[in-house]
Ligand binder design. Structure first.
Ligand code: BG6
Length: 472
């Protein structure tokens, strides 16, 4: 780690909309400070917080300090004295009719860091605000030559997506747009394509000939008490399935990119989304944990799904017929983030090889990990078999400095690398694949807190069962 280092990044004015909101406080401001700690910001930069209320620059600096004290890294663990001098605040909101103080503050920041500074707009806002802010950026001449970052979910329905997409493309070219799905920025997710394409061991078995089933399993143990309003209007299917889990499925299923360039990786991952077969409602189980309706902010008769499990098929030559089992939920028995490929049993002379004898499993949490389950000889006089596990913890790789996903993705925005972002065409495909479930929504079934979800979800998993939660 170094202080704000020297590098050849373009001087940048970064405008954070919703700067005093929850997401900015938890994720974006801490990530920005970590970029400074790692020397990954340009030599010249300013961060302008935009918000509705009025605050002085000094008050905003104190707000940022508070965010770092609460969510880390602590100011004293990084170049805080220098960092704080780059923060500005532009209050008075920002609409098409009234830009508040933003134009003045951007003008001054540009005068300080250079008129040819790169302008980056980060919309850390609720999705319903995206349209208005996008139009305002166009109306006030802030779109040209800039980059814009949208949080997920980008649209809350197929129609909502199309509408928003139309507005965004009336103001920005697709190359200017960075839609965040932070699961793509996780170290473990990025390791999926390195592991696969840099190792014959994995590349040769990465297809229906060898893989019986893929599981993408993200159980969470927390509830949603601190953001019940948002959650109740969203639910697990929109919050996690059509976004994070679909994107990770595409990352597993993509064809080899032409090269490892950002454009080629992006296009390989996004093109496989068109092979996602629309989900059959009978292949989806929705659940709600007992006690959810008692949370503050949740209506007594809420039918919101806090759990979703789905069996997805990907109709490409490589994956036809292989179920991709996707599962996530709140208040479940454990917190994990696992991508597992269950291999077919070997066609050989050894009898009684267990069905889940060979599993390649990646953890997406933290720095990431790879575990391979094998059958081995139990040492001793007999030719007895025993299950065993080979594990690689990516944080142990010498010289590695794992970056949290938001840090990695904001850095990609600064350098203009779109490989880990979603595209308009790709998202249109994810909504197409989800449409039947929205048109014909399965009944929401209850489940006990600290369980693995409704019993019906077990049937989806078939012969292999869900790997997480099995007692071995
Ligand atoms: C967010 C969802 O995008 O991802 C949350 O809105 C979820 O509901 C979170 O808990 C999980 O991601 P991570 O990386 O924070 O574990």
């Amino acid at each position: 780690m170094s202080d704000t280092g020297t590098n050849d990044l373009t001087p940048t004015v970064f405008v954070l909309y919703g700067a005093t909101g929850d997401l900015a406080r938890r994720m974006v401001l801490p990530a920005f400070f970590q970029l400074a700690q790692h020397g990954l910001l340009p030599d010249e930069w300013r961060l302008i917080g935009s918000g509705r209320g009025e605050r002085t620059d000094e008050e905003f600096v104190e707000h940022v300090r508070g965010a770092l004290e609460e969510f880390g890294p602590a100011p004293e663990d990084g170049p805080w004295d220098e960092f704080r001098t780059r923060l500005r605040f532009a209050g008075g909101g920002f609409t098409t009719d009234d830009p508040g103080r933003l134009l003045d503050v951007v003008g001054k920041a540009r005068a300080e860091v250079g008129e040819d500074a790169q302008l980056v707009h980060y919309l850390s806002l609720p999705p319903k605000a995206f349209t208005g802010y996008t139009e305002a950026l166009g109306a006030h001449g802030l779109a040209e030559g800039s980059r814009v970052v949208y949080e997920k979910p980008f649209g809350d329905s197929p129609d909502g997506f199309r509408e928003l997409d139309g507005v965004v493309h009336s103001v920005f070219d697709e190359e200017q747009v960075f839609r965040i799905d932070h699961f793509l920025g996780k170290e473990g997710t990025q390791d999926l394509h390195v592991l696969r394409f840099a190792n014959g061991l994995f590349e040769h078995i990465w297809s229906r000939e060898h893989v019986a089933q893929v599981q993408i399993d993200v159980p969470e143990d927390l509830d949603v008490a601190d953001r019940a309003d948002f959650y109740d209007a969203t639910g697990a299917t929109l919050d996690m399935l059509v976004t994070h889990l679909f994107q990770v499925a595409a990352e597993v299923a993509m064809e080899p990119p032409v090269s490892f360039s950002a454009d080629d990786i992006l296009s390989a991952r996004e093109s496989v989304l068109k092979n996602f077969r629309p989900l059959a409602p009978e292949d989806v189980v929705l659940g709600q944990f007992d006690g959810y309706r008692e949370l503050d902010g949740v209506p007594d008769d809420s039918r919101t799904d806090t759990f979703v499990a789905a069996r997805l098929f990907i109709d490409s030559g490589r994956w036809r017929g292989v179920p991709f089992l996707l599962r996530t939920g709140k208040r479940m028995a454990a917190k994990q983030q696992r991508v597992s490929l269950v291999l077919h049993r070997p066609k050989g002379p050894v009898n009684e090889v267990p069905a889940n004898g060979n599993v390649i499993s990646l953890s997406l949490a933290g720095a990431g990990a790879v575990d391979i389950d094998v059958m081995a000889k139990r040492p001793g006089p007999d030719l007895a078999m025993a299950p065993a596990r080979v594990s690689l913890d990516l944080s142990k790789i010498p010289g590695g400095e794992p970056l949290p996903p938001y840090v990695s993705l904001i850095h990609d925005v600064l350098v203009g690398d779109r490989s880990l972002f979603t595209t308009s065409e790709g998202l249109a495909q994810t909504w197409r694949a989800l449409q039947p479930v929205l048109d014909n929504r399965p009944e929401v079934q209850s489940y006990a807190p600290r369980s693995w979800g409704p019993a019906a979800a077990n049937e989806l998993a078939g012969e292999h069962g869900w790997l997480l939660g099995q007692t071995v």
